[in-house]
Design a protein around this ligand. Sequence first.
Ligand SMILES: [Zn+2]
Length: 163
Amino acid sequence: MSELYDLEAARSPEQRAYMAGLEARGVCIFCPEHVAAEQRLPIEHTGEHWYVKRNDYPYPGTVEHYLIVPLRHVVTFDELPDAAGAELWAIRRALKGELSPLATATVERSGDMRLNGGSVAHLHTHFVALAPDPAETVRFRVSARGAPDSTACARPARPGTPR
Ligand SMILES: [Zn+2]
């Protein structure tokens, strides 16, 4: 089993092949010592517990897509001290100040990446800036994949509802 990456969560065949190669070499792209060699976009800020960079794979529909990543290789948020939570808040406040977005969203998956939709085991917080007319609805999967078509029937019809 993959320890560092969930290949099933890759969003393109290229990304999947890239992740498989990293897994084979035992390289975690989110450990700060590997960012320069393995990622396209550089670390923009390093704090005490976190670093901040733009996502190499910004999600369609976002205006900006940042990753806020612990300097330590941890998998769950509660492996970090409370002070890291305060720093995370300060980083989000600084990004909001810099970007002046109309709205933002923050998504952080924690724990077993096969269950939370993550693709990299190393904890990371997505911070996206949003605008009124996105080319696509911004979507984050935050669970294992459901049964086929499970989203289509997520809202059961009420009795008497015309179909
Ligand atoms: Zn790591």
